[in-house]
Design a protein around this ligand. Structure first.
Ligand SMILES: Cc1ncc(COP(=O)(O)O)c(C=O)c1O
Length: 462
């Protein structure tokens, strides 16, 4: 697919878009045009539109992603490296997916992008390879905020290599990382720090640049879990200077896939678990077996969707300058970055609305950052308990009303235990992405009010 073709702009900002403090936010006709691109959003339940607040577990995909997957299977469904047309076309799609993913996270080159089944599988593979370089007594630092997929693979090295695992604690009042405990955990034997950009349970955005800096000062590598951050904020591995970063396209409007970034020199130097005939060069040496070509074709289309969203920002005249600027001759990287600026603005509005609205539900106790002045430190993922009702009961009641919300520990295993919620079913989690609406937040809060036995109408409205 041509990455730099001019976008036909189907999503526009309404003239009044974000007349408040977020001029880039999608509202009105612009938001409706975005939503129209996601076929799943047309689902109805009990005569009302279905409300997807399960984004942290997986997002919906634009129509073009579905079509690209079908088109791959129809036109170039072949294995890698053949001397014939369909294999060449398939390989071209796969190469372009690496290039687009490199642009999405600002990697230096496509060879630094490794695709796999999902983040968990990639992290087990990477941790095994890194583990081969470690000796008994070496130390790895993990956090109590992370999804277990960025903890368990490192814990396994305790048993396998005699590595010592040290912990970064959390502050229970706002579920933010306690960086003084990171300072204490770092030392002369530190070899790697595994931390996340954003918490998939409570939405905290971690000061990851600072964490990477601290790890590097101690001589440790960094392994950043950006799975929960990727649908919400622009990821820039170059500025972040991390050694590794992982995310999952199915959490940012793409198909079920995992994506690992590794610094070229590390991907080359480390010994991967691979079959002998496959290439010794990255990314092939890390991409074991046959890649899901149709999913990579779909992911390319997801990036195109985002590019178009970024171009829309230029049409709206809202973006200029290097940070989010889309100007004439802009690159795919610029457009993807601009898309994330639009997404960020849209989500901040939704986050403020959600925070106010949830605050109106009697008996609802929100965990994480609740200060409206600290919205820049979180993404719109909110987790809470409702007095007198188990999380599963609340999620079930919401589900019956056509509202998809998760309950449990979301594999944020240590966090839920640190908060003392493991025995009581964990938390209820609602997560918005840019295609969600303020009306959906009102629906959520009205439903929670009913479950709590109170009538609440439009509590979050400005
Ligand atoms: C923050 C975070 N890390 C890791 C994972 C695991 O991702 P995957 O399903 O791609 O293995 C998830 C999935 O929910 C997540 O939210």
């Amino acid at each position: 697919m041509p990455a730099d073709r001019p976008s036909s702009v189907s999503a526009t900002h309404s003239p009044t878009a974000g007349a408040d403090t977020e001029p880039l936010a999608l509202t009105g006709a612009g938001l409706a045009a975005v939503r129209a691109q996601f076929p799943a959003l047309a689902r109805m339940q009990n005569g009302r539109p279905y409300v997807y607040l399960d984004g942290p577990g997986g997002t919906q995909v634009p129509r073009r992603t579905i079509e690209a997957m079908a088109s791959y299977l129809e036109h170039c469904n072949a294995n890698h490296g053949g001397a014939f047309g369909t294999s060449e076309d398939s390989d071209a799609t796969i190469a372009e997916a690496h290039a687009a993913a490199a642009d999405f996270i600002s990697a230096a080159m496509p060879h630094e992008i490794v695709f796999g089944q999902n983040m968990t599988t990639l992290t087990f593979a990477a941790s095994r390879a890194i583990g081969r370089t470690l000796r008994a007594g070496d130390e790895i630092v993990v956090t109590r905020l992370d999804h277990d997929a960025n903890v368990a693979p490192w814990l396994a090295l305790e048993e396998e290599r005699g590595v010592r695992v040290r912990w970064v604690e959390i502050r229970t009042d706002d579920c933010a990382l306690d960086l003084t405990s990171l300072e204490r955990a770092l030392g002369p034997r530190s070899r790697l720090v595994a931390a996340s950009l954003a918490s998939n349970a409570v939405g905290t955005l971690n000061p990851i640049a600072r964490i990477v800096e601290m790890a590097h000062s101690a001589g440790a590598l960094t392994y950043v879990d950006a799975v929960h951050a990727a649908p919400h904020v622009a990821i820039d591995v170059a500025t972040l200077d991390t050694d590794f970063l992982v995310c999952s396209p199915y959490k940012f409007f793409g198909p079920h896939l995992g994506l690992l970034y590794g610094r070229r020199e590390l991907l080359e130097r480390l010994t991967a678990y691979k079959v002998r005939p496959s290439s010794d060069a990255p990314p092939e040496k890390w991409e074991t077996g046959t890649l899901p070509g149709e999913a990579l074709a779909g992911l390319l289309a997801t990036f195109e969707y985002l590019e178009e969203l970024g171009s829309t920002a230029r049409v709206a005249g809202g973006l200029s300058g290097p940070a989010g600027g889309v100007r004439g001759g802009a690159t795919r990287r610029d457009r993807l970055r601009a898309a994330m600026a639009v997404i960020g603005a849209t989500e901040r509005r939704l986050a403020r609305r959600t925070l106010t609205a949830l605050g109106s539900v009697p008996g609802l106790e929100l965990r994480g950052i609740v200060d409206p002045n600290r919205m820049a430190e979180r993404v719109p993922t909110f987790a809470f308990t409702l007095a007198g009702h188990s999380p599963r009961e609340v999620a079930t009641q919401l589900g019956r009303r056509g509202i998809a919300a998760w309950d449990g520990d979301f594999y944020a295993y240590e966090l839920i235990r640190t908060l003392g919620l493991a025995e009581s079913g964990g938390l209820i989690r609602v997560g918005a992405v840019h295609y969600n609406t303020e009306e959906e937040i009102d629906r959520l809060v009205e439903a929670l009010g009913e479950i709590a036995g109170t009538r609440i109408v439009g509590a979050g409205r400005d």
